[in-house]
Design a protein around this ligand. Sequence first.
Ligand code: FES
Length: 195
Amino acid sequence: MEKEPHIISRRKFLTGTAALLGAAGAAFAAIPFIRAMSPTKDVLAAGVQEVDISTLPEGGIKTVLWRKQPVFILKRTPQMIEESMRINPESLVDRAKPEERTADESLFVSLGICTHLGCIPKFMDKVPETGVSGFYCPCHGGKYDSLGRRLGGPPPEDLHLVPYRVTEPGKLIIGTERFGGYGENVRKIQALPKI
Ligand code: FES
């Protein structure tokens, strides 16, 4: 009878130790992952984010979280570029020309948030009833081309651009204002650091 408390406390001790070891193991396992995702200190301090797109194929899209919001990074194909050139800017709500939507025609970066009520659009090879590649918002049928220009449906505006800068081949930082590819009236994220 006297030994029972000892047995119970030993069992508790073993259980507690196993839990602690498990937690420590998980923490150590996470370190390389966290390191891999960490931007450099000066970039982080300015609130911009480094993104590796070295493995992003032509026609591929990558979605990253920046300031708790999804950001689309699309590597455009020659066909997407050609499709956008065929669209007359005068026919659009936001009359943005292709060169006002991106500094590098093969790379498009925007917020992944529909300008109607904030759903996340999905990329499609053919957006319904448009005949072009682009973004489609399934919530209420918002349609955008591969430059995020509104083609139809209830969205009142184009997808908002996220300024970016290519730092080296296959790498870019998003959330920096030092990027001269936008026109005066293009909707984009404002008040960003000039890095
Ligand atoms: S939220 Fe995208 S169309 Fe309504």
